[in-house]
Design a protein around this ligand. Structure first.
Ligand SMILES: [Zn+2]
Length: 153
């Protein structure tokens, strides 16, 4: 039995968010990715976090994907579009997504410590997203702990 086409498409979008996240991680950005698709499944934008270079506090993957998609369709409203994100959106991005009036918002991992999957996002995508984030932050935490231990001596 094959999965319905809409489910295959949602899985493909979710998988693409991991590509955006991994690409961001390779640039030393927090590995989060977002993909926006139109109602016919065409990709309007795929983006990863880019807050460090160029310096941009609003350079979250969702914000970047929104800007790209809006420019592509020459409209700041994306009422029939869908966004898939590798991580639960922050309040800034959630507000922007609301302003753009997207049809659906799906994310793979929650902001909970264990990165639990959300809705019908494939569990393996949530696990992969959580692993990308864990692999990104763990060495930074270890370095910070080592630095603090060194300072206490
Ligand atoms: Zn955000």
């Amino acid at each position: 039995m094959t999965a319905p086409s809409w489910l295959q498409e949602e899985h493909a979008l979710s998988l693409l968010t991991l590509v955006g996240a991994a690409e961001a991680g390779m640039r030393e950005e927090i590995p989060v990715g977002a993909v926006i698709a139109d109602p016919w499944g065409r990709i309007l934008a795929c983006a990863g976090n880019r807050c460090l270079n160029p310096v941009d506090p609003s350079g979250h993957a969702e914000m970047r994907a929104l800007r790209l998609a809006a420019a592509r369709v020459a409209n700041f409203r994306l009422p029939l579009a869908r966004i898939a994100i590798s991580l639960e959106p922050c309040p800034m991005c959630l507000a922007a997504l609301s302003m753009a009036r997207l049809e659906t918002i799906r994310f793979a991992a929650t902001r909970l410590p264990d990165g639990m999957p959300c809705q019908d996002t494939p569990r393996e995508h949530a696990s992969a997203s959580a692993m990308l984030l864990r692999d990104f932050f763990q060495p930074k935490r270890e370095n910070e702990n080592a630095r603090q231990n060194q300072a206490q001596r």
